[in-house]
Design a protein around this ligand. Structure first.
Ligand code: AMP
Ligand code: GLY
Length: 430
């Protein structure tokens, strides 16, 4: 089988790494990929948002299966386009990618199916939105409706911050038409977790829980980032809680959409806050998480191609549960100093070769390139250093030992990935 992975980050490297283990996969292409992915896949110089260009390539190269990493091509309708040409592709249609690309769409869907989430109001007019903030007070959460490079959500502690966020999104159009509407919602308190399932439109199989670390600094301080590390499982999600999440959150959405004649196929990712009243949805995403994929997929024993194909063909009911390794997995992101603000690029990375082939240690590349035989940084989040261990403590220690072998100028990483799980559950298993 000839597979095309679309995207260029750590998640896509993890997908390629896992696909390379499948006896069914003969050739992997990745568009556009990165310096690490180039070791396992042939890179294709087409950007992820050039969906017509990707289609042309897939037809010419007789691609049998396409796996899309990020939400951007999904929101542009890559699935509809490839399906219309009879090429197997994994992910939701453009209409259902709105679960991520329109927060208003997602909130209305949650309301319709009684899915627990923060109380909210939708505004098309900025003055009305500001009046609402003035009467409601803070803390309060302001969300641009559309995709905004992960910057469209503001958790405001002060009224001025909330009013400023509304002005930026709606009056100054900082995110363009993504700010035509805003959602203003209650601020939830608790610990965040990610729950991912693979749906075939009627049935789904679930992946182990995981936890991302979104803030740049230790102890969840500083600005939000694309994610500075993750671990799986997240022991705060007990088996009973996972069942509750499936029954109250995942099943109503998947069955509800199926009954509407609009089946959801692909990864459904629920970003949850575990509040004192139970799990509530912060957001849905329509693809694997990054860096959650790096912490989840190394634990998967099942062939990824088999499950993805069963999902595309609507046959997950015959598939049974996925098989997982018991060992927890931890991924720590090494970033270029300055990220998520300004940072340097093209810094030489040393030490990754020494780690190649070490058992249960994986270095997933998020933004690297190879130039004149040297491995160079090529973005803010550079590497996702990942390890499996006998327990979370073991996986954490192994990951940081591996990191100590890698260096580039001004490398930055959080020192506390996994510490929340460690403080509560020293030897957590699935
Ligand atoms: P979202 O893209 O909707 O997940 O929001 C990004 C981040 O904002 C989440 O990961 C949370 O940290 C935070 N957030 C979103 N909604 C809320 C909420 N209602 N209460 C508290 N924090 C929130
Ligand atoms: N880890 C957050 C995301 O993938 O959206």
């Amino acid at each position: 089988m000839r597979v095309l992975v679309v995207g260029s980050g750590g998640r896509e490297h993890t997908l390629v790494w896992k696909l390379a283990k499948s006896p069914r996969v003969k050739k992997i292409y990745c568009a556009p990929g990165n310096g690490g992915i180039a070791k396992q896949a042939e890179l294709v110089d087409i950007k992820q948002d050039d969906i017509e260009g990707l289609l042309k390539f897939a037809k010419a190269e007789k691609i049998n299966l396409v796996i899309v990493g990020s939400e951007i091509p999904l929101a542009l309708g890559i699935v509809d386009l490839f399906q219309s040409e009879g090429i197997k592709i994994f992910g939701p249609t453009k209409e259902l990618a709105k679960i991520e690309s329109s927060k208003v769409f997602a909130k209305e869907l949650m309301k319709k199916y009684n899915v627990p989430t923060a109380d909210f109001k939708i505004f098309k007019d900025s003055e009305q939105a500001k009046d609402y903030v003035r009467t409601k007070g803070t803390p309060i959460v302001i969300k641009a409706d559309g995709l905004a490079f992960g910057k469209g959500v503001i958790v405001a502690k002060e009224k001025e911050e909330a009013l400023g966020a509304i002005a930026n999104i709606m009056d100054f159009k900082l995110f363009g038409s993504a700010g035509d509407m805003v959602i203003i919602e209650d601020c939830l308190q608790g610990e965040e977790v990610s729950i991912l399932v693979v749906s075939d439109g009627k049935d789904f199989v679930s992946l182990p829980s995981s936890q991302d670390h979104k803030r740049i600094f230790d102890e969840d301080r500083g600005p939000n980032t694309g994610g500075m590390g993750a671990y799986s499982p997240a022991p705060i999600v007990t088996n009973d809680m996972y069942e509750e999440i499936k029954a109250d959150i995942i099943t109503p959405i998947i069955k509800g959409l199926a009954n509407e004649g609009n089946p959801y196929k692909g990864v459904l990712y629920a970003g949850l806050m575990i509040t004192k009243d139970g799990p509530k949805v912060l957001e849905f995403n329509v693809r694997f998480g990054d860096p959650e994929a790096q912490a989840i997929l190394p634990r998967l024993n099942t062939d990824l191609v088999d499950v993805i194909e069963a999902a595309i063909d609507g046959k997950l009911n015959e598939f049974g549960e996925l098989e997982w390794r018991n060992e927890p997995c931890v991924c720590v992101i090494m970033a270029s100093g300055g990220y998520p603000g300004d940072y340097k690029k093209a810094l030489e990375i040393k030490g990754t070769e020494e780690l190649r082939g070490l058992e249960d240690i994986m270095v997933f590349h998020a933004a690297t390139k190879i130039q004149d035989g040297k491995l160079l940084t090529n973005g803010g989040r550079v590497l996702g250093v990942t390890a499996l261990g006998a327990d979370i403590e073991g996986a954490v220690n192994k990951t940081y030992r591996a990191i100590s072998k890698i260096n580039f100028e001004n490398a930055y990483y959080r020192k506390d990935i996994g510490s929340k799980a460690l403080s509560k559950f020293k030897s957590a298993k699935v």
